[in-house]
Design a protein around this ligand. Sequence first.
Ligand code: CTP
Length: 400
Amino acid sequence: MPLLSGKKILLGISGGIAAYKTPLIVRALHKQGAEVRVVMTPSAKDFVTPLTLATLTKNPVLSTFTATDLDNPIWNDHVELGMWADILLIAPATSNTLSAMAQGRCNNLLLAVYLSAKCPVYVAPAMDLDMFAHPSNQKNIETLTSFGNQVLPVGEGALASGLEGKGRMLEPDEIVAHLISHFNPDLPLNGKRVLITTGPTFEAIDPVRFIGNHASGKMGFALAKVAAELGADVILVTGPTQEKIDNPSVKVQAVVSADEMFEAVKKEFSTIDIAIAAAAVADFKPQTVASQKIKKAKSNLTIALTPTKDILAYMGQMKKQQCLIGFALETENELENAKLKLKKKNLDGIVLNSLQDPGAGFSVSTNKITFIRADHSVKDFPLQSKLECAHRIFEQIVSL
Ligand code: CTP
């Protein structure tokens, strides 16, 4: 079931460049089952149109105290709006809106709704880095926090001014993840970012041929589904696969080669809480990729191979706060080999599956796993579906 099913979210938009991302907030909220209404400040309309938001929310968008285009003006009831909402989310909150909220000013409908709302208020500030760092803004944020408002952190990176730093509005998916945590406080992976690699990788020999393996990606997709159901925000980096997932909390990033998978993981790793490497990454790739299809003129062909990057070992080296879980697919000396990998790659746990076990391994929908922790304690599980295995793996991770 979507994690915001039946929730009523009132989205207040103030006039900053980040307002162009608000349709994505609406879409992400809808995907999670929420109903959305929008109140805008007059200047927000310079950045995103009311028509776009009215079309997406399927509700009228309000920005003035009265509807003025009628002979009989209608009062837009700010009290009713606040009463309707389960949460008021103000995103983006500009410096001007933050200061008006802190001081109780009321010169637009959004501020009137804020002042009269009894529901929890979430605020996603967005401004240039020096404005954000200015003591007056920091003080306003403190004041709003003291009122019981939840002021979300800002993101870091390129700003509209051309400068780089802290001040960007949190990304739509991250904002929605905060609201999900609010409504589902008991989910064990609430607010956690989970990175999962899955599937095979294909290493090109020439434009039509590649070296690959039989991995289906099923285990990683099952892990992604379970992680999302437990409240996590999931990034699923997958090699070529037939598997599909449609879950608003799962961002799928499709890659082909080990190099592409490595780059995708490297980009995300620093913000991740839990990483699980379920991919069957090719250990070798052709030293050179032929630019044209190799003709079969020769009777023998030797392809020189070179090792790919070990993505999990890289994560083990970079690890700070992350919980890191690997897989070990073994055919002999299973426990011993898995424990060696756990130590060598600096992991917190490793999931062992043996190709000796009938019903385990590639392509099939079942698996037989053993979970080994860093202290070398071992837990065996019977043959079960990959989805059930995913539940068992997360039970182990949560208990770590
Ligand atoms: N792995 C990885 N990048 C690689 C190779 C492996 O991230 N280039 C990860 C796999 O996703 C898995 C773990 O490392 O979580 C172990 O993979 P496995 O193939 O069992 O072992 P290898 O390290 O490749 O060693 P070997 O092939 O010698 O068993």
